[in-house]
Design a protein around this ligand. Structure first.
Ligand SMILES: Nc1nc2c(c(=O)[nH]1)N[C@H]1C(S)=C(S)[C@@H](COP(=O)(O)O)O[C@H]1N2
Ligand SMILES: [Mo]
Length: 387
């Protein structure tokens, strides 16, 4: 993309404005570029970085976000064992283990349980600067997990709900001096409390169309407010058990190590990646004549927000405005800040978000006791050159 990208370039290949008005979303809410608006290049990322970074991995170009929902052909995608092809016609969701009525449900049977909509955005827990492209927001249609579990009848001793994808691979499991090779399915688990809460959702459609293969067709779990890894794609089986599930992607790969001062001592706390940490990032800066606009994204676990602010160089924090079309509890939130009086030269811009509980997005120094790279929600200063 060049500096001179026009509104048409920005909108090409994604949701058209007319389509959004049909959905009842007023055009003014759109953060897309106006006719005379141009992108101001960031000097901290290359202009033409690839969005397909490996055969099976795609990120979004955050500078091109043009509406509340990420189009299906742009939605980021990542996976551990490739993208399996599952035939929706013969698909069955198996429910096994500690349930009164083990089940094998077709898509039609799931649909007949009553389809509802959920707007939810998420990022991969490995999403971080400078590209921040492992993030997106969708309008999902499906059935609340609770309904499906009630249908099967969860037994009293059930504690752990394991969600297996159709994808699998050979993993080496270490046990003391042994290295054992076993074929494993991708698996993640939820506690009884979380699995039976109203939020988790089994989705069969994204933005009004059947799920794409990359997004987990024909059925995926969505745990609203949690990092992407919880959202098991190509969902094949829910197994209900009493013991803790310690599969690779639950117990080993998706952990964060943080130092916390407990009773005056530094304790190293290792925790599983679960709900999203409060985060904002600036996605683009645009210019319209002599006026500049800063546009960005907020992601969190659904806790209502108190404020989003932008700071230019060493100036004061200034309030940014949230886009009303992204006000849903679990939606990502888009914000804009009118940057008046920008002077020629290089500037550093940074955003920070605060929630109603007073939690403030940390700076990278404040996050320096987090030793693993996952869950990087630090404030992200960006550089632009104003001509
Ligand atoms: N079955 C399965 N589900 C999966 C994964 C996977 O490898 N296999 N990857 C997870 C991770 S780490 C992320 S970030 C999200 C990405 O979802 P998306 O491709 O729809 O963006 O899927 C999650 N669900
Ligand atoms: Mo991820």
């Amino acid at each position: 993309m060049t500096i001179q990208s026009t509104r048409r370039d920005i909108l090409k290949g994604s949701l058209a404005v007319a389509g959004l008005s049909v959905l009842g979303i007023p055009e003014w809410a759109l953060p897309a570029l106006a006719q005379s608006e141009t992108l101001v290049p960031f000097t901290d990322i290359p202009e033409n970085f690839p969005t397909v970074t490996a055969a099976d991995r795609r990120i979004i170009d955050i500078r091109k976000i043009d509406g509340p929902f990420t189009p299906k052909d742009q939605f980021f995608t990542t996976q551990h064992y490739g993208h399996p092809e599952v035939d929706p016609a013969t698909f069955r969701l198996k429910i096994s283990g500690l349930v009164d009525r083990p089940a094998s449900l077709s898509l039609d049977e799931l649909r007949r349980m009553g389809g509802t909509e959920l707007v939810a955005g998420f990022e991969c827990s490995g999403n971080r600067r400078p590209l921040q492209g492992l993030s997106g927001n969708g309008r999902w249609t499906g059935v609340p997990l609770r309904k499906v579990l009630d249908h099967a009848g969860v037994k009293a001793q059930a504690r752990e709900f394991v969600f297996f994808g159709a994808d699998h691979g050979t993993e080496e499991v270490e046990f003391r001096t042994d290295k054992i090779k076993v074929e494993q399915q991708f698996g993640r688990s939820l506690s009884r409390e979380k699995a039976l809460s109203p939020e988790p959702f089994l989705a069969y459609s994204l933005n009004g169309e059947p799920l794409t293969r990359h997004q987990g067709s024909p059925l995926r779990l969505i745990v609203p407010g949690w990092y992407g890894v919880a959202n098991v794609k190509w969902l094949a089986q829910i197994h209900v058990q009493e013991e803790q599930y310690l599969g690779k992607f639950q117990a080993r790969w998706y952990r964060t190590m943080r130092g916390e001062i407990i009773d005056g001592d530094m304790k190293w706390v290792e925790a599983a990646v679960t709900h999203m940490q409060l985060k904002s990032f600036i996605a683009r800066v645009t210019r319209d004549g002599s006026r500049h606009k800063v546009f960005g994204v907020v992601l969190n676990d659904g806790t209502p927000l108190k404020s989003v602010e932008v700071r230019v160089d060493d100036g004061p924090w200034q309030a940014a405005a949230l886009d009303p079309s992204t006000s849903g509890k679990y939606s990502w939130k888009l914000f804009t800040y009118a940057w008046n009086g920008a002077t020629a030269g290089e500037h550093t811009l940074v955003s920070r978000v605060t929630d109603v509980n007073g939690k403030v997005q940390p700076t990278s120094e404040e996050l320096s006791n987090k030793k693993t790279f996952l869950e990087d929600n630090s404030q992200f200063p960006r550089k632009v050159m104003i001509s």
